[in-house]
Design a protein around this ligand. Sequence first.
Ligand SMILES: [Zn+2]
Length: 266
Amino acid sequence: MSTSCPRCATLDLDIAIRTPGEFAKALRVIRANLTDGTLEAIPAGDEGARGSFSDLSEAGPWPDRVDCRFVCAGCGRRYRLRVERIRMPDAQQKAGLVVQVRHAFADVVYPGDDRLTDSFGDEPDALARDFRGRDDWTTLDADFLNQAPEGWGSALSFFSGHALRFYLPAYLVADLEGTLLIGDPTTRLCAFVTPIMEGKRVAKFYGGGTLGEHARRQFAVFDAAQVAVIVAYLWWKLDEAGYDPTVEQALENYWLPREADFGGHG
Ligand SMILES: [Zn+2]
């Protein structure tokens, strides 16, 4: 295998593309290198190249399979952009995910009446009253989840880490079944672990530190199976709801590395 030259040395990387955002970044980098003459595109049909790079816009939509080849104008080294999008039939995917959620969270124990929230104020107080003694999340129906606590519909924002782990599956199942109308689990799971938000300071009153540190501490209670199902849910959400930079960045920044720490194949 030939080695890179000074012109193309910065391109000599093996990068896994996991998300639409990472694919868009790769397109930008390659386009810049075509523009400045570092790379030349190998025409479709030559050397196994499929499709034409110039047909790929950064905004998409993209074909399910991309396989474009490039050559360095300086040294002749070949580069390749290869992506395959994995899709599942939606109904099958949803049914499978519901089963996966129920299984991954089956053994989580009710955290206790005094550990439902660590926040202060009207909504957390209402949460503590509304969820008190509700020690079987499988019995909570969508009508309850959509209004809890006491009509605010904001419980997901105020659960303690342990309460989140206990009640999250009820919300995920309702969302997958299309009955969750108020509240979005992705907000609680993603908003504070994006690069932009995670460094923001938390008031001393709430214990200081950063939003990211708080979220990571709360998410630390999720085990490998639970992290895997959260990642699968976020992929489904990204596909279902379309492009959502918060979900995508949270996957790249936190959930995929977290899954990889468990030896997953994210
Ligand atoms: Zn080169």
